[in-house]
Ligand binder design. Structure first.
Ligand code: CO
Length: 304
């Protein structure tokens, strides 16, 4: 009997040892939700991720996000990363070193952070957002990696967020003296990614808000030619051009307001429409930044 009991204990020992090992294995690689007992106490960090800009005047917009985020989360570690390698290399030449999202995540991991709220400061959930989501989450699959990672949506995710951003442009960017028959043309970036459809929805929301507010994109649809045709048909005499991008950077300066014959300003003027470019990025508008802050709040609630 004693012998049998011993044997049973032995079997159960192996059984529990096996169970323990599989739980351990699960904790070390297959779940991004496991908390390491030795370092689970560290508060979550925030990682803000944007395309980036090398234009000095555009930096003000990103500084505004930084200031507002620090005010909203005063006790939380805040880091930045740029997704554009070209911009990062340009800045590095002038001694300004900015991390890629992967570098920033590796740094946080190295410093023992186990929870990170990654916030996309992109406008639409396009290719850069996809890449961000996949690559940052990989850090949750490493042994002793970051246990919990939340990736917050970019700016435009539903009708409400579109309306807030559009209204912010109307109220805070467009001069009060603008007449109803003067058009507003918002310059979106546009993409080959299926999320380009966001810009068509944005155009629809813009039209509901103000029949002379239009959306055109640099690299996708609606195209500038689409909008130009409508302005000519409607006999519009004057149009305000506004970048619908986080910063008034390279596209706004050159493609929108530049002196070249194929800039939007030049193209409008060649069809007899007075063009008034306004160099203000979305990130300079507090209601827009508040949308990103709201996303971070949601992430932090899930992480705590
Ligand atoms: Co571009």
């Amino acid at each position: 009997m004693q012998k049998l009991q011993g044997k049973m204990m032995c079997i159960s020992f192996y059984f529990f040892a096996f169970l323990g090992t599989s739980v351990l294995l699960a904790g070390n690689g297959w779940s991004a939700e496991t908390v390491h007992p030795d370092k689970g106490a560290k508060d979550p960090a925030i990682l803000l991720v944007t395309f980036g800009t090398s234009v000095k005047s555009a930096q003000a917009a990103l500084d505004n996000i930084d200031k507002k985020m620090k005010a909203a989360f005063p006790k939380t570690e805040l880091r930045w990363a740029y997704t554009s390698n070209i911009i990062r290399k340009k800045l590095a030449k002038n001694g300004k070193m900015i991390d890629s999202p992967e570098m920033a995540m590796a740094r946080l991991m190295d410093e023992g952070y186990t929870k990170v709220a990654v916030q996309s400061l992109h406008i639409i959930p396009g290719a850069e957002f996809d890449e961000l989501r996949v690559n940052t989450r990989v850090f949750g699959q490493m042994i002793d990696g970051i246990d919990r990672i939340m990736v917050g949506w970019p700016l435009l995710v539903d009708d409400a967020s579109m309306d807030i951003a559009l209204k912010a442009v109307l109220d805070l960017v467009i001069p009060k003296k603008r007449q109803a028959d003067e058009a507003i043309v918002l310059m979106g970036h546009g993409t080959h990614h299926p999320a380009n459809a966001t810009y068509s929805t944005l155009m629809y929301r813009a039209q509901l808000m103000d029949p002379n507010m239009y959306v055109a994109t640099v690299e996708g649809s609606p195209s500038f030619a689409d909008v130009q045709r409508v302005l000519i048909e409607k006999k519009i005499k004057k149009a305000y051009l506004v970048p619908f991008m986080s910063v008034a950077g390279d596209h706004a300066i050159n493609d929108m307001a530049g002196p070249e014959a194929d800039s939007w300003k030049s193209l409008l003027e060649s069809s007899g429409i007075q063009a008034v470019p306004i160099m203000k990025g979305l990130a300079e508008l507090d209601p827009v930044v508040d949308l990103w802050i709201e996303q971070v709040k949601i992430s932090l609630t899930h992480l705590r």
